[in-house]
Design a binder for this molecule. Structure first.
Ligand code: FE2
Length: 344
């Protein structure tokens, strides 16, 4: 498998002048400074999946669900957009707004370390020819920040941000999600999607017959790219503190009329425990926990390395596979056409 992106090549962008580091006419200190900047261009990477922004038809019902059943906490409500945090530091992990045209996924928000890295990643996106909503800039919505939005080759919307006013009171709570664990995306052209995300620093952890699992930090995966016939959302996974919290979450969801659609179980790639649900407006959701922690010494395994015995789809094998309902839900949510244009 060859990835046709050379990380760092995109840093100059079309029409930019050659940097001082490669021009002997520039004095040495300036060349050294430019060299450090080039190092940053080369090493800049997304460091986390921060949050997802969604549209729903019944905003009040969805707000009630994510507060009472899913156990997120409202943190801001501005311009008709409701923001929810988990127990971790991210200002928000989920936002909801009303849409008469039906539920949809607006965008996935990615973290970068600082403004220099955001700008380096912007240059890479531009070099790949992907549409953006303009140069990185200060953002003025709740939480603020600095960043830009872009579309990927299959029409998904992303933002890359830093300097968001994150919370200082993060603390693990026994029955609340801590953060976004991962987002699973259906792909028609998995190679094209993977190429762009590789340029942003994502690395392959494992590949099965159905999925590429890719990481941007020590979590085994923060995004999953499917091999499918559509480019819609497969599911959004929220990390719970441990197996006990996942099990209690299953019970709480059942209390609120959302029975588990697959699980509990323990996945192969990532070794994380899981439970899948259909949330409001059939939103495909997962509680997960105990994600495998990896580093660059991790050995990538291939589809032939991931084979289950007949009748098995996970390590435990205590429940049947995904329900027909959740399988259908895992292709319902499309990205909006303009969700890469950031508010504020
Ligand atoms: Fe998942």
């Amino acid at each position: 498998m060859t990835i046709a992106i050379e990380i760092g090549k995109g840093g100059l962008g079309a029409g930019r002048a050659c940097p001082a580091a490669c021009n002997p006419k520039h004095p040495l200190p300036e060349r050294r400074m430019a060299s450090r900047q080039e190092d940053r261009v080369t090493t800049a990477s997304v460091t986390a999946v921060r949050s997802v922004d969604l549209a729903v038809q019944d905003l009040e019902a969805a707000k009630a669900f994510f507060t009472r059943a899913w156990h997120l906490q409202p943190v801001a409500d501005e311009g008709g957009i409701a923001f929810f945090r988990a127990s971790g530091p991210c200002f928000h992990v989920l936002s909801l707004r009303a849409s008469a045209s039906g539920p949809a996924l607006l965008r996935i928000n990615l973290q970068a370390a600082d403004r220099s890295d955001v700008t380096a990643l912007y240059d890479r996106v531009c070099a790949l020819g992907q549409p953006t909503d303009g140069t990185p800039r200060a953002l003025h919505g709740p939480g603020g920040g600095f960043g830009f939005g872009f579309r990927d080759p299959e029409g998904r919307n992303f933002a890359v941000v830093c300097d968001v006013a994150d919370h200082r009171d993060s603390a693990v709570a026994a029955d609340r999600p801590t953060k976004i664990s991962h987002v699973n995306l259906n792909c028609r052209d998995n190679d094209a999607s993977f190429a762009v995300l590789s340029a942003l620093g994502f690395k392959l952890s494992d590949q099965t017959r159905q999925f590429r699992f890719i990481r941007c930090n020590s979590d085994h995966h923060s995004l999953v790219l499917g091999f499918n016939d559509n480019t819609n959302l497969n599911h959004i996974a929220f990390e719970m503190p441990n197996l006990e919290a996942v099990m209690r979450g299953i019970g709480r969801m059942r209390d609120h009329g959302h029975g588990v659609e697959w699980g509990p179980g323990r996945h192969g790639p990532g070794n994380n425990v899981f439970a899948y649900f259909c949330g409001p407006e059939e939103m495909p959701l997962e509680y997960t926990g105990e994600m495998q922690q990896v580093d660059d010494s991790y050995q990538i395994r291939k589809p032939e390395d991931w084979r289950w015995p007949p009748g098995r789809l996970d390590h435990w094998g205590i429940t049947p596979g995904p329900s027909a309902r959740v399988k259908k839900a895992q292709a319902l949510y499309q990205f909006t056409d303009d969700g890469y244009r950031l508010e504020g």
